[in-house]
Design a protein around this ligand. Structure first.
Ligand code: GLC
Length: 745
């Protein structure tokens, strides 16, 4: 018996031993291939080049093993041609990874990310990501540089359009949803598109809202604001990250190992590919952080950047740095390991080529329907005086006026390379096709584009307005006025749109303004002139149909602002989750026109606000109206005191007090009243979309965890401190049912 047990024991140890050494088959393949690579072949994998005409010797360079990834090749035949060289004409046949910026759709264009965030519908964002991946991978692209999850509240910054807004939690939730949609459930699936969380990190804090500008970010801000969405991206399994152009406190993010090694790799365990932004490694010379390309290369590799996008620093400097003993070849091995791992995970070694006979799934009916659905849910109803919306049977004629009413190209928004305007459904088209038999449409574009300063069409516009029951004024920005390097110091309506609105006002008819823009534009002067306001961002291919159906009530608005809407540009930065200061503004603080001439020096409020613009935004974060009304009642908090490891349940009832079925985004906010560092006056911690029939009541319940009540302090510790908390269940960040509880030691 003993002998039998002894054998059994040996076998089980053997099995255990073999189990414990069973490695991930991909890791084995990576190590095996890496061990066969020369230094030159390794460095070649770390080089990413653009195929758009920048390198007519691209074929040669691929053949020499100098290219690991190619940007912006979207012709399947050419892509296979380049891939054939890599796979069949190089010593080891390592396939190329083809990449492109596919930020909010490939052919079927969805709303700009800021608009998608306004839907507060992660499921829909995920579905849009999946459609994007299916369309993009059909031409051979397997890596996109999305989601952009830079937290920002600065509407002067052109890239606010690409972001998910000002809130860390909402940005992380929407970013994770986009990652899941883009990548699907299995990276090796041919329709999986490797996502890229960008720009790591703090790009949205760019000083003055001027792109690529300096950022000063405290550790507390870094941890409690800017890193939050990127941690959510790692948790969502994001395959790649991209470093950002900006410096933080004097150190460019492409040469900052504290961020990209200590936090991203060691603390978060990220094992994907870290790519630089376009030449951001060599730009460290221009930053004044590196003497030359060699030093930039050294700082880039020491920061753990695996792939050099278009900077050609690695390809030209890494070998010399190793020969000079400045860096070890093991640093290169680490980078190449990450690159090979991604390529194996994507199944590129097994399926490097694209099937050019595969039918292109572009603009499928189901895709366009999804695009319309998310566009409709991204539109925010900001004003609806006397229920001017939805347009009822009593409206027999409408004046359709303005440069964005029929702007097939511009409604797609920024960062669109492959979407075709011929497929756009504009508001004018949709109004004519869908409602032309219900109402008479008097269309006068008046301005050729948003910056047009030619007022010659004003007379016709006014005439059309006078001849109509309601005026629909389609205003905003062309797509080129937002996006990378598209910053504006004056964020008012461009051109003479504001003057046109004043002219239309003379008709004495109700005016509904529909704005398409890549940012909140300054409209404090225009808002009083209109009765209704729909904010559509740049809504994408199907935006026009979505807007038309919202105007006529076939769809009920449910969008909520993902960004605080400033009254004046001078208020920026203005955001809801701000600190209280020692002198928070009071509602009765005197304003500029309250001041008597020669007022004595100390007669004013001594509070934190502007004499002319006050302290309130035009519209608060999380704000959005519906065609119905909702009543929040019966706030319940499970306990008045909780320990540091306990969960808290907070609930209330929400009633649809109107006459139509509608969706409401119910939001949960907290405030830590005092702590070892000051905490924001409000923090979004959860939200829930609920659909209610007219008159229906539902209970909405949230659970707060100790983690959600915790924060990073200035000692870089993530802590939950005992003390008093407030909690709100709300329809936006400025209103809601308020309660309180204590956390006890
Ligand atoms: C750009 C952008 C980045 C983009 C990259 C490739 O400069 O900053 O977001 O993914 O270059 O086009």
């Amino acid at each position: 018996m003993f002998y039998k047990n002894f054998i059994l024991a040996l076998v089980s140890i053997g099995l255990f031993a073999s189990c414990s050494t069973t490695k991930d088959p991909i890791e084995e393949k990576v190590e095996k291939l890496l061990s066969r690579m020369t230094l030159e072949e390794k460095i070649g994998q770390m080089n990413q080049l653009n195929s758009e005409g920048a390198f007519d010797d691209l074929h040669e360079r691929i053949k020499r093993g100098e290219v690991g990834s190619v940007l912006n090749e979207v012709d399947p035949k050419t892509l296979n041609e380049l891939q054939k060289i890599a796979v069949e004409e190089t010593r080891l046949g390592i396939p190329i990874l083809f990449a492109r910026d596919i930020i909010h759709g490939y052919k079927t264009i969805f709303p700009i990310p800021l608009g998608q965030a306004a839907s507060w519908n992660p499921k829909l964002v995920e579905e849009a990501g999946r459609i994007t991946a299916i369309e993009a991978t059909s031409v051979g692209i397997r890596w996109t540089f999305a989601p952009m999850i830079d937290v920002s509240c600065d509407s002067r910054w052109g890239r606010i359009a690409e972001s998910m807004g000002e809130d860390p939690f909402l940005s992380g939730t929407m970013g994770a949803a986009m990652i899941k949609g883009l990548q699907g459930n299995d990276l090796s699936d041919p329709t999986s598109l490797a996502a890229c969380a960008k720009h790591f990190v703090g790009y949205g804090a760019t000083e003055g809202g001027r792109d690529y500008n300096t950022t000063h970010i405290s550790n507390e801000q870094l941890r409690n604001t800017y890193l939050v969405p990127f941690k959510a991206a790692v948790d969502a399994g994001c395959a790649t990250f991209m470093t950002s152009f900006n410096e933080i406190n004097g150190v460019p993010c492409s040469g900052n190992p504290f961020l990209t090694k200590d936090i991203l790799r060691k603390e978060w365990g990220f094992d994907g590919v870290l790519v630089s932004d376009w030449s951001s490694i060599t730009e460290m010379i221009i930053h004044g952080y590196c003497k030359d390309s060699l030093e930039a290369t050294e700082k880039g590799i020491n920061a753990g950047i695996d792939m050099d996008m278009m900077g050609e620093a690695y390809i030209s400097g890494l070998k010399k740095l190793i020969e000079d003993g400045k860096i070890k070849e093991s640093s290169v091995d680490d980078a190449v390991r990450n690159i090979l791992r991604l390529k194996f995970r994507l199944g590129l070694f097994d399926n490097p080529y694209i099937n050019i006979n595969r039918s292109s799934p572009f603009y499928e009916k189901a895709f366009l329907e999804k695009a319309k659905k998310i566009a409709a849910q991204s539109v925010v109803l900001l004003k609806n005086e006397n229920s001017v919306l939805p347009l009822t049977e009593s409206v027999k004629s409408i004046a359709v006026i303005g440069p964005l009413a029929d702007a097939a190209h511009d409604q797609m928004g920024t960062w669109v390379f492959d979407g075709e305007k011929e497929h756009s459904v504009t508001p004018m088209q949709a109004l004519k096709d869908r409602y032309g038999d219900k109402v008479k449409i008097n269309y006068v574009k008046t301005l050729t584009h948003s910056r047009d300063a030619n007022k010659s069409g004003f007379g016709d516009a006014l005439a059309a307005a006078k001849a109509s029951d309601v005026i629909l004024f389609f205003a905003g920005e062309e797509s080129i006025l937002s996006g990378e390097a598209r910053c504006r110091a004056d964020i008012s309506l461009p051109g003479v749109q504001s003057e046109l609105l004043s002219e239309l006002k003379k008709a004495g008819k109700p005016i509904v303004m529909i704005i398409m823009a890549g940012r909140p534009v300054e409209i404090y002067k225009e808002l009083p002139l209109v009765n209704g306001l729909l904010y559509a961002w740049h809504p994408g291919t199907m935006g026009g149909l979505a807007i038309a159906e919202l105007l006529f009530g076939d769809i009920v608005p449910s969008g909520k602002l993902p960004i605080t809407y400033p009254a004046m540009v001078g208020q920026i930065p203005i955001y809801y989750n701000h600190k209280n200061t020692g002198r928070p503004p009071l509602d009765d603080s005197p304003r500029i026109n309250d001041i008597s001439p020669e007022a004595p020096q100390m007669s004013l409020g001594n509070r934190s606000y502007y004499l002319d613009a006050g302290d309130k935004p035009l519209f608060p974060f999380g704000y959005g109206l519906s065609y119905t009304t909702f009543e929040y009642k019966n706030l319940k908090i499970s306990k008045s005191e909780i320990g540091k490891t306990e969960f808290l349940t907070v609930s209330c009832t929400v009633t649809n007090t109107g006459k139509i079925k509608a969706t409401e985004v119910v939001q949960l906010y907290i405030r830590d009243m005092y702590a070892s560092i000051t905490r924001p006056v409000k923090e979004l911690k959860d939200f829930s979309r609920i659909c209610l029939d007219a008159g229906e009541t539902k209970e909405v319940s949230f659970t707060l965890s100790p983690e959600q009540l915790s924060f990073w302090n200035n000692d870089n510790q993530f802590v939950l401190e005992p003390g008093d908390f407030k909690v709100w269940i709300a329809t936006n960040s400025a209103d809601g049912l308020e309660g309180e509880f204590k956390v006890i030691s």
